[in-house]
Design a protein around this ligand. Sequence first.
Ligand code: BES
Ligand code: ZN
Length: 838
Amino acid sequence: MGPRGRGLYVGRRAAAAGAALLLALLLALLVLAALYGRCRREEAPPPSLRAPGPAAPPPPAAAAGSVRRLPRHLLPLHYDLELWPRVRPGQAGPFAFSGQVNITVRCLRDTGAAVLHSSGLRSHGAAAVRGPLSEPGAAVEVAELRHDQEGEVAVLELRGRLRAGHLYVLQLGFQGRLEEGLDGLFLSRYTDQGQSSMLIASQMEPTYARRVYPCFDEPAMKATFNIRIIHNPSYVALSNMPAIDVSEVKDENGSLWTVTTFNTSLKMSTYLTAFVICDFNYVTRTERGNEIRIWARKEAIKNGYVDYALNITGSIFAFLEDILNVSYPLPKTDLVAVPGFGAGGMENWGLIIFQEAALMNLPSEEFTIRKAMIASVVSHELGHQWFGNLVTMNWWNDLWLNEGLASYFEYLGATFVEPKLPLDKIFYAHIVQPVLREDSEIARSLSESEDKINGSFSLMSLFDNITYSKGASITWMLSGFLTEKLFLKALTSYLKEFSFSNANQDDLWTHIQMVVDAQDEVQLPAPIKQIMDSWTCQNGFPVLTLNLTTGTVRQEQFFNKNNRKSTDSYNNTWIIPISWMRNGSSQPLTWLDKSSKMFPEMQVSESEYDWILLNVNLSGYYRVNYDQINLKRLARLLENDPKAIPAVSRFQLIDDVFALTDFGYVPIETALELTKYLAREDELFIWNMVLLNLIPDNLESTLKNHEVYPLLKKYLLKRMLPIYHYYAGFIPQNVDALEDDYFAQAYLEKFMATACWLGLQDCLDLSSELFAKWRENPEYKIPLLIRRTVYCYGVAVGSDKEWNFAWEMYNHTDSDEEDEDILLYAMSCAKESWLLHR
Ligand code: BES
Ligand code: ZN
């Protein structure tokens, strides 16, 4: 499991590059050449190179073993769990852990065998079954304990039968290997204050709890836990609940160990149990009776690296409690920054674990983007304390109820603590747009059928952009048409009903319906289940095709017409909320609930100035294909008064039309019509999308040598100049002024790199000037915001002197890892091939 790109936190889910097929793009760009021919007659041309961009999404993580379901004979009620990792500081491996689990179960159906999950564990001592508990001293003899490694289950064959309606205790001793890994119980090595150290931590989701202790490892099999950890006296042990006792025990050799006992947990799923054994320090604060501690390497605590995280955690907790109107039920929350942790964050109830980079910042780092990333990871994991921990999906097919909702609250929480963040733009640019790009190619729906997630199905494959980003986008749409007030009211009712228990998406729909039925301000065209199932149970999403002369709006599934016969299409229909605007004024929300419908109110007149805009403020998860008349009017409006269209809608409009071009709905000329106004576009997030569409990262080198390059260069540079000069004006003296400009921090470097790649002389001059300044005084720091671009073009336009300097700095002991990486990349930017071959 590894973090993937997405959202503010460049972690699990992938940032979409939006690159289309190579061939299609080359063809499209040839058309651009033709168009440019037309443009050239109209206007005088401006002046040329390349840009670094977001990495392509990594392949999905490997399968997490089997998802074999357990028989329903036994229901776990309570676990008494002791874990003893045999690790002493400074000791060399291999390491092991041992443990004992006593599970109280209720028998629901008579059975002669107890089946539970267990993977990679060996028995330690004899297994036993006590009970029925109503008969003191009673026991059922165990005939055999079998481990089915492939099925990841342990089977206790019994000589007697367990009888329905009675309680029993399954008693199992076990042993496992403790390795440097990323899941189950694992060891992590790191350095702190110049010393090498190690810690033990856990990662159970989705199905690694069974690698740590035999258990009923399904999200709906909730139980309470009494946990005890035996560890070296110099370490501290943490788990979901507060420690209530610390005592000592001697092992078989007479050496002392510490026993930390934790309070009984609330009813919870096994995948949320957690353990950390470490030699960390912490900072703490109490918010509404919840003791929050942030644990990290001592050095990091001393230097204040987690102070920002501590500052925001309490406020986000309070914010979530207030909007959800359900209080956080635990008395404490530990947040631990684990070096080398595999995920960005993991929401274990009361013991949230993070990757260091997701929780730490330098106190001197005032940059919004870093704080925004920490705020978003923390908000996401705190969101799970309600969606996931308090109420858990019944089965993994509804994972979006966890991850989609947490991803939605991630954005609300982050903007609550960092109000300067432009929420709607970030949400559209990081969540909606990338997943719309992916969702048309992926054959899966947000909510899968339960039976499908069985056998050898890879649960890890469910932790993808569909679950996270489509889940969050659909939630955004839902909250939009319901109004936030009703939506939150329904969530409160849903959370209250299913606390300490499980739910599926129909349960959510039921609670929304109850709230909708109890008022008359918001009227829906159909039951909420019918509306929402059309989004969560069908693959993909719709595109609306407009004929505004007649006022007809038609929907069809958005699909790649280049990939299939034009007759081949889907019959899916969605119930679509349409927020719209006419000539700048918002119109009442309307609905398209069949494949095609007439909206007389949307007809446009002959006037050039009469225009319509749909899906305003990202209210819906779909694309819009306008007719030529309206598009011309919108293009003209953009040229005359771009701000007449809200920024998010400008983004949508242009991204939709490029997507329509890629998929063979409209010719490239149509897309380019909408880019003509760009000289007046001052939003970097829109520019970033345009450049991704016109110069996809994977096509940069191909384009550079293609006949279309000079045309692209002239077309773009002329339009990029105003915004280029605006931002270049802050560099080098005044970059601090961009401290609150989230998108400058996210996209300026790439934008500058594209300007240089296109050969903008000012950009090349600026790079060599700053590079020279650094060469004269190696103490001088080129602003981080554009360092990558400056290093690269400093070397690219320079000679061997610049290259040698980069090499020298690369080998300099002071340079940090990030700088080394940038320098390595910069050296590859050299133009002279003899330099590259050195
Ligand atoms: N529950 C996940 C962690 C997880 C992911 C466990 C996949 C098992 C498999 C956690 O809440 C999460 O989504 N973490 C994200 C970061 C978050 C800010 C989106 C991650 O680790 O990338
Ligand atoms: Zn999550």
